[in-house]
Design a protein around this ligand. Structure first.
Ligand code: UD1
Length: 421
């Protein structure tokens, strides 16, 4: 299996471009199932998760052409299947995003239940409850969600908890439903808004995305169109944290700093000097050690759970102690044990991690366990004295485009060791 090798303790310095958002690309590609007309999407990141959804859509009959750059052409005129098999869904939970669109477009969908994952049980009950409220008949058989509905009808749906892909699934399904759907307690993440903007470009009638009440007036069909995916705020935050942990100075272009205020405020609290423009953000530690910060994760606009592990890495070498509380996923501290192998002083109590900053981490062989946990190990490796080897990096490739190339562009001493070495 491939590994990343990092020689740490060098400040990052320089400029890089941020890629399109993974968590916007996945629902947007799934939503293309709703239209019979050609669609072009640009700013698509080259990621393993994108390859997975492209394979899934290909099996369903969608014609997809990807170019060398970041553009994709999609034609979902003739679909040949409503089945999302276990083999693909188990590699990426977000495959559940095809459930709403398939059901709405074909009146039938069979999607493998995603099951558990490293960061928690992650049920999909809210997705199913919403679709049932719209008239779908749903059965769970042999590990599959089997859903049927002649034509979904609009409904008023109150989500019991804030769920990002749950909101997206229902929003997509409601686009072609008969009548009006109102989603109460909807997720407000920018990627939900990006999906709504994409669907509206194709003629959908969605209002209120970005607030907790989304109103969708169903239409009979969608048209084709072109769309540019928004930048990845988590990739942006990860590189900023990487600069902060190495006491460096970087500028990130092609991004949207307005989408990550909660993260920028925490980095400032940690001692970073941050400057922003509409499509760029820069961070300068002026060579200083970061200060430890307290963080509590929650749905947008609060601090994102997808940045929790990276802030934990920062706290490990910061001055003072910081408390991190994870409220979104019940088991998202898999990185703690690996950080401890590098010398970090972290105590875990339930959903809280108390981290006493130490002067230096030391390089060690570590294991990536999930996507964002892997990012935190890369950050720790960049700051650590000596060599860090990160194993199982396929997790990183799911969500970070060319991570070693981008970090090398910022002066990091990092390389990928191919399989078999
Ligand atoms: C999305 C993001 C992921 C991010 C997460 C939280 C994508 C592709 N992934 O994941 O990167 O970490 O939001 O910001 O966009 N839950 C239920 N029942 C449900 C659905 C969710 O109990 O039907 C629970 C989950 O177990 C979790 C919480 O709700 O505890 C939030 O999960 P959710 O927002 O659904 O996460 P995802 O959409 O899977």
């Amino acid at each position: 299996m491939e590994k990343l090798i990092i020689q740490g303790n060098h400040p990052l310095n320089g400029e890089i471009k941020i890629s399109g958002a993974k968590n916007a690309t996945l629902p947007i590609l799934a939503a293309s199932l709703l239209s019979e007309a050609p669609i072009q999407v640009s700013n698509i990141p080259h990621l393993q998760d994108v390859t997975t959804i492209v394979s899934l859509l290909g099996q369903i009959g969608v014609n997809i052409t990807l170019d060398e750059r970041t553009n994709i052409e999609i034609n979902a005129k003739e679909l040949c299947s409503f089945h999302a098999p276990y083999e693909l869904v188990r590699t990426m939970r977000a495959s559940i995003l095809v459930l709403g669109p398939l059901l709405s477009r074909l009146g039938e969908a069979e999607v493998s239940l995603p099951g558990g994952c490293a960061i928690g049980t992650r049920p999909v009950d809210q997705h199913l409850k919403g679709l049932q409220a719209m008239g779908a008949e749903i059965q769970i058989e042999k590990g599959y969600i089997k859903a049927k509905a002649k034509r979904l009808r609009g409904a008023s749906i109150v989500m019991d908890i804030v769920t990002v892909t749950g909101t997206e699934n229902i929003m997509m399904a409601a686009t072609l439903a008969k009548g009006q759907t109102i989603i109460h307690n909807a997720a407000r993440e920018p990627e939900v808004t990006d999906l709504a903007n994409f669907l509206n470009t194709l003629g959908a009638k969605i209002k209120g995305a970005g607030t907790s009440t989304i109103i969708i007036d169903g239409v009979d069909h969608l048209t084709g169109g072109s769309y540019h995916v928004l930048p990845d705020r988590i990739e942006t935050g990860t590189y900023l944290a990487a600069a902060a942990i190495t006491r460096g100075k970087i500028k990130l272009k092609n991004t949207r700093p307005d989408l990550l205020e909660s993260v920028l405020l925490k980095l400032e609290e940690a001692g970073a000097f941050i400057d922003t423009g509409t499509d760029w953000v820069s961070l300068d530690m002026k060579g200083q050690r970061p200060r430890a910060v307290n963080v509590s994760t929650a749905p947008f606009p609060a601090f994102p759970t997808d940045m929790q592990a990276q802030m934990m890495a920062l706290n490990t070498v910061a001055e003072g102690s910081g408390v991190i509380t994870e409220t979104v996923f019940e088991n998202r501290f898999m990185h703690v044990q690996e950080l401890q192998r590098m010398g970090a002083n972290i105590a875990l109590k339930g959903n809280t991690a108390i981290c006493m900053g130490i002067d230096n981490l030391h390089g060690a062989p570590v294991m990536a366990t999930d996507l964002r946990a892997s990012a935190s190990l890369v950050l720790a490796g960049l700051a650590a004295h000596g060599e860090t080897t990160i194993n199982r990096i396929y997790h990183i490739d799911r969500g970070y485009e060319c991570i070693e190339e981008k970090l090398a562009q910022l002066g990091a001493r990092i390389h990928r060791m191919p399989e078999g070495n």
